[in-house]
Write a protein that binds this ligand. Structure first.
Ligand code: ZN
Ligand code: ZN
Length: 198
């Protein structure tokens, strides 16, 4: 079995919410596998044996240092993934879903008050505190190399796609069974995922 590239960690969430997060991510996995992205990306729950190390890394309040510590914890607890280049290794990504009033969410909002739903740092760690599917998908796609498609000044769209999920406050998860995302981000995600070899 292929090792997951993205791990999710439901932090202080009730059981029904944990199931919902899992269902959201399974759906994203299925949508990534079909056009337009058409890439396999395995998303799995963080093993409980890794929780202690990851939790310790998440205590760091400086967001840059936090992402670095999470990267260290992930490579130490999970191990790395082989990549196309013989001597390079990929660190598995982590998305943490926590309640909106959680201290972890508060530390993100303190630094980035505009990050109303969640935040991705250094392509390794995403923290999502919005309960919706779209916010979760948007941040996970950042972990797969996608970039924002909105202007930081006025939040207006910067790509041509009418419903790109990387725009500000995206409105739909899928359009006729397809992930709504612009060609530039499709390329970025493909490039990122093509690094993984089985
Ligand atoms: Zn974003
Ligand atoms: Zn876009």
């Amino acid at each position: 079995m292929v090792k997951p590239f993205v791990y999710y960690y439901p932090l202080d969430l009730a059981e029904p919410e944990q199931c919902q997060v899992q269902a959201y991510l399974k759906r994203l996995e299925r949508l990534l596998a079909v056009p337009p992205v058409e890439r396999h990306c395995s998303i799995g729950r963080l093993p409980s044996s890794a929780e202690k190390g990851v939790l310790a890394a998440l205590q760091e309040t400086d967001l840059g240092i936090r992402a670095m510590k999470v990267a260290e914890a992930m490579s130490c607890e999970i191990g790395t993934l082989a990549t196309g280049e013989a001597n390079t290794r990929l660190i598995p990504r982590l998305v943490v879903r926590c309640p909106p009033n959680h201290p972890l969410a508060q530390t993100c909002l303190k630094v980035y008050p505009d990050a109303r739903w969640g935040l991705a740092s250094c392509k390794v760690l995403a923290v999502v505190y919005d309960e919706g599917e779209l916010a979760l998908w948007h941040e996970v796609l950042h972990l797969l190399g996608a970039k924002d498609c909105y202007s930081p000044q006025n939040s207006g769209p910067t790509c041509e796609h009418p419903q790109c999920i990387m725009q500000y406050e995206p409105k739909v998860c899928e359009v006729q069974g397809k992930l709504p995302i612009c060609p530039k981000n499709i390329e970025r995600i493909r490039r990122e995922l093509s690094q993984i070899t089985d």
